[in-house]
Design a protein around this ligand. Structure first.
Ligand code: FCB
Length: 453
């Protein structure tokens, strides 16, 4: 079996660097009868939306099996666990608090703490309660205020027991994929709506920040964004311009307002009727300081010019994952150093997601996923290089702990370092999980010895 290895003096080996595994509520929890339906429940019921026609009603049965899953996490030797909270498990349609639902997360955080694992909470990982979508969802500014109220309830319950709160996971997906490209719930296809959803999501982030600071003054508060370097399909001026626009639209659109209080200049290129409505004071709310930036990284993207706009060119050359994504670890170093060059010193960063789906096979209770070990090695080295180049990266979370419901791809994509048999719910640590476990445990031992000396 291959190993995880890093340069000997890498910052990633120090005791200050945090290693963890990540999941999200809708993708693993199941127990749908104990929460309000979300936009993803509705989406899954619509013909043709999910590749294998599946849904998230059972998923990994995590709500039932959470104690075993916590033991599994602890057995890996990680410092931290990143998970998300299902809004509809906490706040009912009538506005009352679902105490049992909230208690699930309190118990989870307490159990993690008892094992010395820090909890990194994401408040919104795409599972908007359907009752809010019925009132316009992210197209309605009121949803941003509802989010702040929900964030306050969670922060009141979990407070400083949580190490970090991220308001949103990948607003690019909740806005662009969901309201503009129509491939994620609720499946809307409209540019203006995409831009409005993006703005209201950023507003939600900004409105929640003071609530989080108030009730968890010692925790870190921030947001998780996804980045992908945007490369031109050719050297032509038109393609280079297309790639630059894609970078502004997909990467800068979410980070720049938070760090500077302004949208990228590309906003001016949109027709007036496609621009988001921005109320006076919104940009100040959005741009308050964050303690950390969560970064999700998977691949790079290639764009070509299409009628003075951009269009992506799907990769065809190997190495690709089963998502069809190119394996391109150097893109992580490139995109973060590039963003830091454009926007100035970035806040401290946690790589909150990184991982890959491969065609795993169970043979005699083992999964020999060498390609995933290579993927992790390549990307950990890229994180190491980020730090060498002056980007302050403080932690890394593997996506994902478990094989799970991969959104529009259903259960066809296995991202876990733990294999899940969705019939029996049996979990098997893949070879990548074994390699990471060995790496994490050895690292722990070394730092403990170093600290004892
Ligand atoms: C990210 C999502 C996460 C998972 C990975 C593969 O965009 O945040 O839930 O689906 O992609």
């Amino acid at each position: 079996m291959k190993k995880i290895s890093l340069p000997e003096h890498s910052e990633l080996l120090s005791s200050e660097f945090i290693f963890g595994v990540a999941t999200s509520s809708f993708q693993i929890e199941g127990a749908a009868d104990q929460r309000e339906p979300s936009i993803w429940d509705t989406f899954c019921q619509q013909q043709g939306r999910i590749k294998d026609g599946s849904d998230g009603l059972v998923a990994c049965e995590h709500v039932l099996r959470w104690r075993d899953d916590v033991d599994l996490i602890a057995s890996l030797g990680v410092d931290a666990y990143r998970f998300s909270i299902a809004w509809g498990r906490v706040i009912r349609a009538n506005g009352s608090i679902n105490e049992e639902g909230l208690a699930f997360y309190v118990n989870l955080v307490d159990a993690l703490a008892a094992l010395g694992i820090s909890a990194h909470v994401t408040l919104y990982h795409w599972d908007l309660p359907q009752y809010l979508e019925d009132k316009g969802g992210w197209l309605n500014r009121e949803t941003a205020h509802k989010f702040a109220e929900y964030a306050e309830v969670v922060a009141q319950a979990l407070g400083d027991k949580v190490a970090s709160y991220a308001t949103l996971n990948e607003p690019f997906c909740s806005a662009y994929l969901s309201y503009e490209a129509g491939i994620h719930a609720p499946g809307v296809k409209d540019r203006k709506k995409g831009r409005q959803a993006a703005h209201n999501l950023l507003l939600a982030h900004g409105l929640a920040m003071p609530k989080l600071r108030k009730h968890a003054p010692n925790a870190e508060h921030g947001i998780v964004l996804n980045f992908s370097p945007c490369h031109p399909a050719s050297d032509s001026a038109a393609d280079r311009n297309a790639a630059a626009m894609a970078h502004a639209y997909h990467n800068l659109w979410y980070l720049q307002p938070i760090l500077t209080g302004n949208y990228p200049d590309l906003l001016e290129r949109l027709a007036a009727h496609e621009r988001p409505e921005v109320a006076p004071g919104d940009m100040q709310i959005i741009s308050q300081p964050i303690d950390f930036l969560g970064v999700n990284y998977y691949t790079r993207t290639v764009f070509r010019d299409k009628n003075d706009w951009f269009s992506d060119v799907p990769p065809t050359e190997p190495p690709l994952t089963t998502m069809g994504w190119e394996i391109y670890p150097e893109g992580l170093t490139e995109v973060l150093t590039d963003l830091q060059h454009t926007l100035g010193k970035l806040p401290p960063i946690y790589i909150t997601e990184n991982g890959a789906a491969f065609p795993d096979e169970v043979v005699n209770n083992r999964v020999h996923d060498e390609a995933r070990i290579d993927y992790y090695n390549g990307h950990l080295l890229a994180v190491h290089r980020c730090i060498e180049k002056g980007v302050e990266v403080r932690g890394y979370f593997a996506w994902s702990l478990l094989d799970n419901f991969e959104w529009a791809e259903g259960y066809t994509q296995r991202f876990g370092i733990v294999h899940v048999d969705f019939d029996s719910q049996q979990r098997i640590l893949k070879d990548s999980g074994r390699a990471l476990r060995q790496f994490w445990q050895t690292r722990k031992l070394h730092t403990q010895v170093a600290e004892a000396l």
